[in-house]
Design a protein around this ligand. Structure first.
Ligand code: FES
Length: 124
């Protein structure tokens, strides 16, 4: 299996890895194919993603996807972040091996869960 250099870079030096202790929302997604899990923490200010971090127990592709996703959505409005697709993440990484495409779903799902939690909380 061949990973692009960008996938390898993000896997070896992931951006925004860790926990946000006072996060405004947390989203989690699990991959039924492999059992891997990803958690996304959000800090939201003025409806924009002020900070985002991830914790992923998963394969190299899942870590690279998490890292790229945080780069792609930081500073974006919640609606702009919701519009980011798994294909955009895969393109950003210069592609993923076909057997690893499912790993890109985790990021989008965890992010959507976190934004959903934030919207539900802030509508109360
Ligand atoms: Fe589980 Fe990639 S093999 S997320």
């Amino acid at each position: 299996m061949q990973y692009t250099q960008k996938v390898i870079d993000h896997f070896k030096n992931p951006h925004n890895q860790g926990e946000i202790k006072d996060a405004d929302a947390i989203g989690q997604a699990g991959n039924p194919v492999c059992g891997d899990v990803m958690k996304i923490y959000l800090k939201v200010e003025n409806n924009k993603i002020a900070d985002v971090k991830f914790e992923t127990l998963g394969c190299a592709a899942a870590i690279a996807v998490s890292s790229s996703l945080t780069d792609l959505v930081k500073g974006k409005s919640l609606d702009e972040a919701l519009a980011v697709t798994k294909d955009q993440i895969v393109n950003y990484l210069g592609g993923l091996p076909p057997v690893k495409i499912h790993c890109s779903m985790l990021g989008v799902e965890a992010l959507h869960e976190a934004i959903k939690e934030y919207k539900t909380k802030s509508n109360k």
